[in-house]
Design a protein around this ligand. Structure first.
Ligand code: FES
Length: 238
């Protein structure tokens, strides 16, 4: 019989499969823990820290922390939500996220997370970086000004597409996503059908000629907050 583990999230008792992460167990139970770098099909690597929860009083990334019998997890406290708002705030000002003209608006996880967390305008000053854009590929456009360094494209290209088109270069403030070619995306073997073309949570990697196909007001997060699909499970409306 499959081994199970019981623990609580914000007072709700969860029965999880041994070996699951807190995030996986919460998702199955219909409890949404905010996240940005995590994506179901990809290996979790805990880079954005938006999913940080308190586990028996200690901060841990829910996407990488395995469940353990009897642990007490807190996720929706005012303090944790405030730190999530700070992280999202900083991501906004570190890049150039002009939602009103961005074709990812309404389908953007960063924008949707900001709305979910109640952010109307960032509280930190904008840095207005001037980062590279790459329009060389016939079907895919890269705007590094919108990149939040989540690493999804790096992993998807490596682990799912088996290509390794993207990699991180530089450190700290200089960290960027680079392509595995001398200069530009067009010189790689990336194709528009690659998983890496589909996983960007923001408007940093977008497909050309599909941007405004769905009108504003009818896009994914125009209709309901991010995480609603998971929360529906709890309400029995899957
Ligand atoms: Fe867990 Fe990003 S979602 S660290």
């Amino acid at each position: 019989m499959e081994k199970t583990v019981k623990f609580t999230i914000d007072g709700v008792e969860i029965t999880a499969k041994a070996g699951q992460t807190i995030m996986q167990a919460a998702d199955e139970a219909g409890i949404y823990i905010p996240r940005l770098c995590y994506m179901n099909e990809l290996k979790p690597h805990g880079s954005c820290r938006v999913c940080t929860v308190m586990v028996n009083g200690n901060p841990q990334a829910a996407c990488t922390q395995p469940v353990a019998e009897g642990t007490v997890v807190k996720s929706e406290t005012e303090k944790i939500q405030a730190s999530r708002r700070d992280i999202v705030d900083m991501l906004f000002v570190e890049g150039n996220h002009f939602c009103m003209v961005c074709e990812k608006s309404g389908n953007c996880e960063l924008q949707a997370m900001a709305y979910r967390l109640g952010i109307c305008a960032p509280k930190y000053p904008y840095l207005f970086p001037k980062l590279d854009v790459d329009g060389s590929h016939p079907d895919i456009f890269i705007d590094r000004n919108r990149c939040i360094l989540c690493g999804r494209c790096v992993e998807a290209s490596q682990d799912i597409d088996g290509k390794g088109v993207f990699e991180f270069v530089g450190r700290g403030q200089e960290k960027r996503v680079a392509v595995n070619a001398e200069a530009k995306l067009a010189d790689t073997n990336m194709e528009v059908t690659d998983k890496a073309a589909d996983v960007c949570p923001v408007g940093a990697i977008i497909k050309k000629r599909v941007g405004f196909a769905v009108p504003v007001g009818e896009r994914l997060y125009d209709k309901e907050p991010i995480g609603s699909d998971i929360e529906r499970k709890k309400n029995g409306k899957t």
